[in-house]
Write a protein that binds this ligand. Sequence first.
Ligand code: FE2
Ligand code: FE2
Length: 413
Amino acid sequence: MESPELVRRGGDTQAEVMAELFAITQDLVSTHDEDFLLDEILTKARRFLRAEAGSIYQVKDKRLHFTYMQNDKLFEGSADLRLDYTLRPMPIDHSSLAGFVASTGQVLSIPDAYQIPPEAPYGFNKSYDRKSGYRTRSILMVPLMVRRQRVIGVLQIINALDECGAVVPFSPMDEMLGGFFANAAAIALERASMTREIILRTMRMAQLRDPRETAAHVNRVGGYSADIYAAWARSQGLRLEEAAKTRDLIRLAAMLHDVGKVAISDAILKKPGRLDQEEFQAMKQHTVVGARLFKESTSEMDQMAQEIALNHHEHWDGSGYPGHLADIYAEVADPGPGKQGQEIPISARITGLADVYDALMSRRVYKDPWPEDRVLDLIRRERGQHFDPLVVDAFFSTYETIRHTRLRFSEED
Ligand SMILES: [Fe+2]
Ligand SMILES: [Fe+2]
Protein backbone atom coordinates (compact mmCIF):
# COMPACT_ATOMS: atom_id res chain seq x y z
CA MET A 1 0.00 0.00 0.00
CA GLU A 2 1.39 3.39 -0.99
CA SER A 3 1.78 6.03 1.71
CA PRO A 4 -0.60 9.00 1.44
CA GLU A 5 2.48 11.23 1.15
CA LEU A 6 3.51 9.50 -2.04
CA VAL A 7 -0.07 9.50 -3.34
CA ARG A 8 -0.07 13.30 -3.03
CA ARG A 9 3.05 13.24 -5.19
CA GLY A 10 1.15 11.57 -8.03
CA GLY A 11 2.15 8.06 -6.95
CA ASP A 12 5.93 8.62 -7.25
CA THR A 13 8.17 6.01 -5.71
CA GLN A 14 10.74 7.06 -3.14
CA ALA A 15 13.47 6.53 -5.71
CA GLU A 16 11.69 8.89 -8.09
CA VAL A 17 11.40 11.53 -5.39
CA MET A 18 15.12 11.31 -4.67
CA ALA A 19 15.98 11.45 -8.39
CA GLU A 20 13.84 14.56 -8.75
CA LEU A 21 15.58 16.18 -5.79
CA PHE A 22 18.97 15.34 -7.23
CA ALA A 23 18.12 16.84 -10.63
CA ILE A 24 16.82 20.02 -8.97
CA THR A 25 20.01 20.38 -6.93
CA GLN A 26 22.09 20.13 -10.09
CA ASP A 27 20.03 22.83 -11.79
CA LEU A 28 20.22 25.19 -8.84
CA VAL A 29 23.97 25.03 -8.38
CA SER A 30 24.58 25.65 -12.07
CA THR A 31 22.58 28.92 -12.10
CA HIS A 32 24.81 31.99 -11.87
CA ASP A 33 22.54 34.97 -11.45
CA GLU A 34 20.91 35.73 -8.10
CA ASP A 35 17.56 37.08 -9.36
CA PHE A 36 17.18 34.27 -11.76
CA LEU A 37 18.08 31.79 -9.05
CA LEU A 38 15.41 33.16 -6.70
CA ASP A 39 12.87 32.52 -9.40
CA GLU A 40 14.22 29.01 -9.97
CA ILE A 41 14.22 28.19 -6.27
CA LEU A 42 10.57 29.10 -5.84
CA THR A 43 9.39 27.54 -9.07
CA LYS A 44 11.18 24.30 -8.26
CA ALA A 45 10.30 24.24 -4.55
CA ARG A 46 6.63 24.71 -5.33
CA ARG A 47 6.64 22.07 -8.02
CA PHE A 48 8.63 19.65 -5.88
CA LEU A 49 6.45 20.13 -2.81
CA ARG A 50 3.22 20.47 -4.81
CA ALA A 51 2.32 23.89 -3.45
CA GLU A 52 0.46 26.92 -4.73
CA ALA A 53 2.59 29.84 -3.54
CA GLY A 54 5.84 30.72 -1.90
CA SER A 55 8.26 33.45 -1.02
CA ILE A 56 11.85 34.01 -0.11
CA TYR A 57 13.27 36.24 2.59
CA GLN A 58 16.93 37.13 2.52
CA VAL A 59 19.07 38.34 5.38
CA LYS A 60 20.74 41.66 4.58
CA ASP A 61 22.16 44.08 7.16
CA LYS A 62 20.89 41.86 9.98
CA ARG A 63 17.29 42.17 8.83
CA LEU A 64 15.00 39.94 6.79
CA HIS A 65 14.07 41.31 3.40
CA PHE A 66 11.09 39.93 1.58
CA THR A 67 12.75 39.54 -1.79
CA TYR A 68 10.68 37.26 -3.92
CA MET A 69 7.27 35.71 -4.18
CA GLN A 70 5.24 33.54 -6.49
CA ASN A 71 1.58 32.81 -6.29
CA ASP A 72 -0.18 30.83 -9.00
CA LYS A 73 -3.56 31.98 -7.88
CA LEU A 74 -2.82 35.70 -7.66
CA PHE A 75 -0.46 36.32 -10.54
CA GLU A 76 -0.55 33.60 -13.04
CA GLY A 77 1.55 34.34 -16.11
CA SER A 78 3.18 37.54 -14.84
CA ALA A 79 6.48 35.83 -14.19
CA ASP A 80 8.55 38.95 -14.59
CA LEU A 81 6.69 41.11 -12.16
CA ARG A 82 6.64 39.00 -9.09
CA LEU A 83 9.12 41.01 -7.08
CA ASP A 84 7.61 43.07 -4.38
CA TYR A 85 9.73 45.97 -3.20
CA THR A 86 7.13 47.68 -1.11
CA LEU A 87 7.41 45.58 2.03
CA ARG A 88 9.67 46.72 4.79
CA PRO A 89 12.49 44.60 6.15
CA MET A 90 11.68 42.70 9.32
CA PRO A 91 13.73 42.15 12.45
CA ILE A 92 15.13 38.65 13.03
CA ASP A 93 13.12 37.82 16.12
CA HIS A 94 9.92 36.07 17.13
CA SER A 95 7.63 38.86 15.91
CA SER A 96 7.07 37.09 12.57
CA LEU A 97 7.10 33.53 11.28
CA ALA A 98 10.11 34.21 9.03
CA GLY A 99 11.89 35.97 11.90
CA PHE A 100 11.25 33.00 14.17
CA VAL A 101 12.66 30.54 11.63
CA ALA A 102 15.68 32.74 10.90
CA SER A 103 16.49 33.25 14.57
CA THR A 104 16.03 29.64 15.68
CA GLY A 105 17.11 27.78 12.53
CA GLN A 106 14.04 25.53 12.96
CA VAL A 107 11.77 24.17 10.26
CA LEU A 108 8.18 25.20 10.88
CA SER A 109 5.14 23.40 9.49
CA ILE A 110 1.79 25.04 10.17
CA PRO A 111 -1.37 23.18 9.12
CA ASP A 112 -3.51 26.33 9.12
CA ALA A 113 -2.14 29.86 9.49
CA TYR A 114 -5.44 31.04 10.99
CA GLN A 115 -5.45 28.37 13.70
CA ILE A 116 -2.08 28.99 15.33
CA PRO A 117 -2.56 28.43 19.07
CA PRO A 118 -2.25 31.64 21.09
CA GLU A 119 0.54 30.14 23.22
CA ALA A 120 2.77 29.60 20.15
CA PRO A 121 5.95 31.75 20.22
CA TYR A 122 5.14 33.23 16.80
CA GLY A 123 2.14 34.67 15.03
CA PHE A 124 0.87 34.93 11.47
CA ASN A 125 0.52 38.38 9.91
CA LYS A 126 -2.73 38.45 7.95
CA SER A 127 -2.15 41.83 6.33
CA TYR A 128 -0.92 40.40 3.01
CA ASP A 129 -3.95 38.11 2.74
CA ARG A 130 -6.21 41.02 3.60
CA LYS A 131 -4.70 43.19 0.86
CA SER A 132 -4.61 40.53 -1.81
CA GLY A 133 -7.72 38.52 -1.01
CA TYR A 134 -5.62 35.36 -0.82
CA ARG A 135 -6.21 32.74 1.87
CA THR A 136 -3.04 31.28 3.32
CA ARG A 137 -3.65 27.90 4.97
CA SER A 138 -0.77 25.46 5.26
CA ILE A 139 2.74 26.88 5.55
CA LEU A 140 6.14 25.24 5.46
CA MET A 141 9.02 27.48 6.47
CA VAL A 142 12.59 26.33 6.10
CA PRO A 143 15.75 28.23 7.00
CA LEU A 144 18.27 28.76 4.20
CA MET A 145 21.46 27.88 6.01
CA VAL A 146 25.08 27.71 4.94
CA ARG A 147 27.95 26.15 6.84
CA ARG A 148 25.62 24.63 9.41
CA GLN A 149 24.69 27.66 11.45
CA ARG A 150 24.63 30.79 9.32
CA VAL A 151 21.08 31.64 8.19
CA ILE A 152 21.06 33.63 4.94
CA GLY A 153 17.32 33.56 4.44
CA VAL A 154 14.04 31.74 4.79
CA LEU A 155 12.08 29.79 2.23
CA GLN A 156 8.34 29.91 2.74
CA ILE A 157 6.08 27.50 0.88
CA ILE A 158 2.34 28.05 1.07
CA ASN A 159 -0.72 25.87 0.58
CA ALA A 160 0.23 22.28 -0.20
CA LEU A 161 -2.19 20.82 -2.75
CA ASP A 162 -3.46 17.26 -2.83
CA GLU A 163 -3.96 15.30 -6.05
CA CYS A 164 -7.37 16.98 -6.54
CA GLY A 165 -6.05 20.51 -5.99
CA ALA A 166 -7.43 20.95 -2.46
CA VAL A 167 -5.23 22.59 0.18
CA VAL A 168 -3.82 20.14 2.74
CA PRO A 169 -1.17 20.39 5.48
CA PHE A 170 2.46 19.68 4.63
CA SER A 171 3.52 16.18 5.71
CA PRO A 172 6.56 15.14 7.77
CA MET A 173 8.06 13.91 4.51
CA ASP A 174 7.61 17.40 3.00
CA GLU A 175 9.44 18.85 6.00
CA MET A 176 12.35 16.54 5.40
CA LEU A 177 12.44 17.10 1.62
CA GLY A 178 12.04 20.84 2.16
CA GLY A 179 15.11 20.73 4.39
CA PHE A 180 17.22 18.97 1.74
CA PHE A 181 15.98 21.32 -0.91
CA ALA A 182 16.74 24.39 1.20
CA ASN A 183 20.31 23.20 1.76
CA ALA A 184 21.00 23.09 -1.95
CA ALA A 185 19.17 26.38 -2.47
CA ALA A 186 21.22 28.12 0.22
CA ILE A 187 24.54 27.00 -1.24
CA ALA A 188 23.48 28.09 -4.72
CA LEU A 189 22.24 31.42 -3.41
CA GLU A 190 25.41 32.19 -1.52
CA ARG A 191 27.47 31.35 -4.59
CA ALA A 192 25.30 33.51 -6.84
CA SER A 193 25.54 36.52 -4.59
CA MET A 194 29.31 36.09 -4.44
CA THR A 195 29.47 35.98 -8.24
CA ARG A 196 27.53 39.21 -8.56
CA GLU A 197 29.64 40.89 -5.88
CA ILE A 198 32.85 39.92 -7.63
CA ILE A 199 31.57 41.38 -10.89
CA LEU A 200 30.48 44.57 -9.18
CA ARG A 201 33.86 44.85 -7.48
CA THR A 202 35.61 44.43 -10.83
CA MET A 203 33.41 47.14 -12.28
CA ARG A 204 34.10 49.38 -9.31
CA MET A 205 37.74 49.21 -10.34
CA ALA A 206 36.80 50.23 -13.86
CA GLN A 207 34.68 52.98 -12.32
CA LEU A 208 37.75 54.43 -10.62
CA ARG A 209 38.92 55.15 -14.15
CA ASP A 210 35.59 55.98 -15.78
CA PRO A 211 33.03 57.48 -13.39
CA ARG A 212 30.21 56.80 -15.89
CA GLU A 213 30.43 53.08 -15.26
CA THR A 214 28.57 53.14 -11.96
CA ALA A 215 27.28 50.03 -10.22
CA ALA A 216 23.74 51.19 -11.03
CA HIS A 217 24.60 51.56 -14.74
CA VAL A 218 26.15 48.09 -15.05
CA ASN A 219 23.33 46.51 -13.06
CA ARG A 220 20.79 48.14 -15.33
CA VAL A 221 22.60 47.14 -18.52
CA GLY A 222 22.78 43.55 -17.22
CA GLY A 223 19.09 43.63 -16.28
CA TYR A 224 17.92 45.15 -19.58
CA SER A 225 20.01 42.67 -21.53
CA ALA A 226 18.39 39.75 -19.71
CA ASP A 227 14.93 41.29 -20.29
CA ILE A 228 15.55 41.87 -24.01
CA TYR A 229 17.11 38.44 -24.43
CA ALA A 230 14.08 36.73 -22.84
CA ALA A 231 11.72 38.55 -25.22
CA TRP A 232 13.96 37.87 -28.24
CA ALA A 233 14.21 34.14 -27.33
CA ARG A 234 10.41 33.94 -27.06
CA SER A 235 10.02 35.55 -30.49
CA GLN A 236 12.48 33.05 -31.93
CA GLY A 237 10.64 30.10 -30.38
CA LEU A 238 13.80 28.96 -28.60
CA ARG A 239 13.55 26.00 -26.24
CA LEU A 240 12.71 27.25 -22.77
CA GLU A 241 15.64 25.56 -21.04
CA GLU A 242 18.13 26.83 -23.55
CA ALA A 243 16.74 30.35 -23.31
CA ALA A 244 16.79 30.26 -19.51
CA LYS A 245 20.41 29.25 -19.46
CA THR A 246 21.54 31.99 -21.84
CA ARG A 247 19.47 34.60 -20.04
CA ASP A 248 21.22 33.66 -16.81
CA LEU A 249 24.62 34.11 -18.48
CA ILE A 250 23.86 37.38 -20.27
CA ARG A 251 22.53 38.97 -17.05
CA LEU A 252 26.03 38.90 -15.58
CA ALA A 253 28.24 38.89 -18.67
CA ALA A 254 26.65 42.13 -19.95
CA MET A 255 27.69 43.89 -16.74
CA LEU A 256 31.29 43.53 -17.83
CA HIS A 257 30.84 45.18 -21.25
CA ASP A 258 33.16 48.11 -20.53
CA VAL A 259 35.67 46.43 -18.25
CA GLY A 260 38.39 47.19 -20.83
CA LYS A 261 38.19 50.87 -19.90
CA VAL A 262 40.65 50.15 -17.08
CA ALA A 263 43.34 50.35 -19.74
CA ILE A 264 42.35 53.71 -21.26
CA SER A 265 44.19 56.79 -20.05
CA ASP A 266 42.51 59.37 -17.81
CA ALA A 267 43.26 62.12 -20.32
CA ILE A 268 40.85 60.41 -22.71
CA LEU A 269 38.30 58.94 -20.30
CA LYS A 270 37.83 62.11 -18.30
CA LYS A 271 38.09 64.60 -21.14
CA PRO A 272 35.05 66.86 -20.87
CA GLY A 273 34.68 67.74 -24.56
CA ARG A 274 34.59 65.66 -27.72
CA LEU A 275 37.43 63.27 -28.47
CA ASP A 276 39.60 64.04 -31.50
CA GLN A 277 40.34 61.37 -34.10
CA GLU A 278 43.40 60.00 -32.41
CA GLU A 279 41.80 59.93 -28.98
CA PHE A 280 38.73 58.17 -30.35
CA GLN A 281 40.98 55.57 -31.96
CA ALA A 282 42.55 54.91 -28.52
CA MET A 283 39.14 54.80 -26.87
CA LYS A 284 37.99 52.09 -29.28
CA GLN A 285 40.67 49.86 -27.79
CA HIS A 286 38.55 49.30 -24.66
CA THR A 287 36.64 46.64 -26.59
CA VAL A 288 39.74 44.65 -27.51
CA VAL A 289 41.40 45.07 -24.13
CA GLY A 290 38.20 43.94 -22.41
CA ALA A 291 38.07 40.83 -24.58
CA ARG A 292 41.66 39.98 -23.76
CA LEU A 293 40.82 39.78 -20.06
CA PHE A 294 38.73 36.66 -20.68
CA LYS A 295 41.10 34.90 -23.04
CA GLU A 296 42.25 31.97 -20.91
CA SER A 297 38.88 31.04 -19.50
CA THR A 298 36.74 28.17 -20.67
CA SER A 299 33.68 29.02 -18.55
CA GLU A 300 30.57 29.83 -20.56
CA MET A 301 30.08 33.05 -18.70
CA ASP A 302 33.58 34.31 -19.45
CA GLN A 303 33.17 33.36 -23.08
CA MET A 304 30.02 35.40 -23.31
CA ALA A 305 31.63 38.28 -21.42
CA GLN A 306 34.43 38.26 -23.97
CA GLU A 307 31.99 38.24 -26.88
CA ILE A 308 30.13 41.21 -25.40
CA ALA A 309 33.21 43.24 -24.45
CA LEU A 310 34.59 42.86 -27.96
CA ASN A 311 31.41 43.49 -29.94
CA HIS A 312 29.13 45.82 -27.97
CA HIS A 313 30.04 48.82 -30.20
CA GLU A 314 29.47 47.00 -33.49
CA HIS A 315 26.46 48.24 -35.47
CA TRP A 316 23.99 46.11 -37.43
CA ASP A 317 24.78 48.08 -40.64
CA GLY A 318 28.56 47.64 -40.25
CA SER A 319 29.34 51.18 -39.10
CA GLY A 320 30.60 50.20 -35.63
CA TYR A 321 33.93 49.04 -34.22
CA PRO A 322 36.38 47.32 -33.69
CA GLY A 323 35.57 45.21 -36.77
CA HIS A 324 37.24 41.98 -37.83
CA LEU A 325 40.33 41.03 -35.89
CA ALA A 326 42.21 37.87 -36.72
CA ASP A 327 43.96 38.01 -33.38
CA ILE A 328 42.81 40.12 -30.44
CA TYR A 329 46.41 40.19 -29.17
CA ALA A 330 47.93 41.70 -32.28
CA GLU A 331 48.53 45.45 -32.16
CA VAL A 332 46.29 46.71 -34.95
CA ALA A 333 45.88 50.46 -35.16
CA ASP A 334 42.66 50.40 -37.16
CA PRO A 335 41.09 47.03 -37.95
CA GLY A 336 38.90 48.42 -40.71
CA PRO A 337 35.17 47.99 -41.39
CA GLY A 338 32.89 46.84 -38.62
CA LYS A 339 31.14 43.51 -38.40
CA GLN A 340 27.65 43.40 -39.85
CA GLY A 341 24.29 41.83 -39.02
CA GLN A 342 24.50 38.24 -37.82
CA GLU A 343 28.29 38.41 -37.73
CA ILE A 344 27.81 40.22 -34.45
CA PRO A 345 26.95 37.77 -31.68
CA ILE A 346 23.38 38.14 -30.41
CA SER A 347 24.62 38.77 -26.84
CA ALA A 348 26.52 41.85 -28.09
CA ARG A 349 23.67 43.08 -30.33
CA ILE A 350 21.43 43.04 -27.24
CA THR A 351 23.94 44.57 -24.81
CA GLY A 352 24.77 47.28 -27.36
CA LEU A 353 21.14 48.41 -27.37
CA ALA A 354 20.83 48.14 -23.57
CA ASP A 355 23.97 50.25 -23.11
CA VAL A 356 22.87 53.02 -25.49
CA TYR A 357 19.39 53.11 -23.97
CA ASP A 358 20.83 53.47 -20.48
CA ALA A 359 23.43 56.07 -21.45
CA LEU A 360 20.79 58.29 -23.08
CA MET A 361 18.35 57.92 -20.18
CA SER A 362 21.02 58.84 -17.61
CA ARG A 363 22.71 62.02 -16.52
CA ARG A 364 26.33 62.22 -17.57
CA VAL A 365 28.84 64.98 -16.87
CA TYR A 366 28.47 66.27 -20.39
CA LYS A 367 24.70 65.84 -20.80
CA ASP A 368 21.33 65.82 -19.06
CA PRO A 369 19.16 62.72 -19.33
CA TRP A 370 17.11 62.74 -22.52
CA PRO A 371 13.33 62.62 -22.26
CA GLU A 372 12.11 59.05 -22.57
CA ASP A 373 10.13 59.55 -25.80
CA ARG A 374 13.17 61.07 -27.50
CA VAL A 375 15.27 58.04 -26.51
CA LEU A 376 12.61 55.63 -27.77
CA ASP A 377 12.33 57.59 -31.02
CA LEU A 378 16.03 57.31 -31.62
CA ILE A 379 15.96 53.55 -31.01
CA ARG A 380 13.06 53.22 -33.45
CA ARG A 381 14.91 55.28 -36.07
CA GLU A 382 18.08 53.21 -35.67
CA ARG A 383 16.19 49.92 -36.23
CA GLY A 384 18.10 48.19 -39.00
CA GLN A 385 20.96 50.70 -38.84
CA HIS A 386 22.70 50.83 -35.48
CA PHE A 387 20.49 48.07 -34.05
CA ASP A 388 19.29 44.62 -35.09
CA PRO A 389 15.61 45.05 -36.11
CA LEU A 390 14.49 41.96 -34.18
CA VAL A 391 16.33 43.08 -31.06
CA VAL A 392 14.57 46.45 -31.29
CA ASP A 393 11.23 44.63 -31.63
CA ALA A 394 12.05 42.49 -28.58
CA PHE A 395 13.01 45.64 -26.66
CA PHE A 396 9.65 47.29 -27.33
CA SER A 397 7.69 44.10 -26.70
CA THR A 398 9.09 43.90 -23.17
CA TYR A 399 9.36 47.60 -22.43
CA GLU A 400 7.27 47.41 -19.23
CA THR A 401 9.75 44.94 -17.75
CA ILE A 402 12.62 47.20 -18.77
CA ARG A 403 11.01 50.14 -16.97
CA HIS A 404 10.66 47.97 -13.90
CA THR A 405 14.35 47.07 -14.05
CA ARG A 406 15.23 50.76 -14.39
CA LEU A 407 13.34 51.63 -11.22
CA ARG A 408 14.94 48.81 -9.36
CA PHE A 409 18.48 49.96 -10.07
CA SER A 410 18.03 53.69 -9.86
CA GLU A 411 21.15 55.80 -9.30
CA GLU A 412 20.37 56.50 -5.64
CA ASP A 413 20.78 52.86 -4.65
FE1 FE2 B 1 31.83 50.45 -24.38
FE1 FE2 C 1 28.37 51.24 -20.47
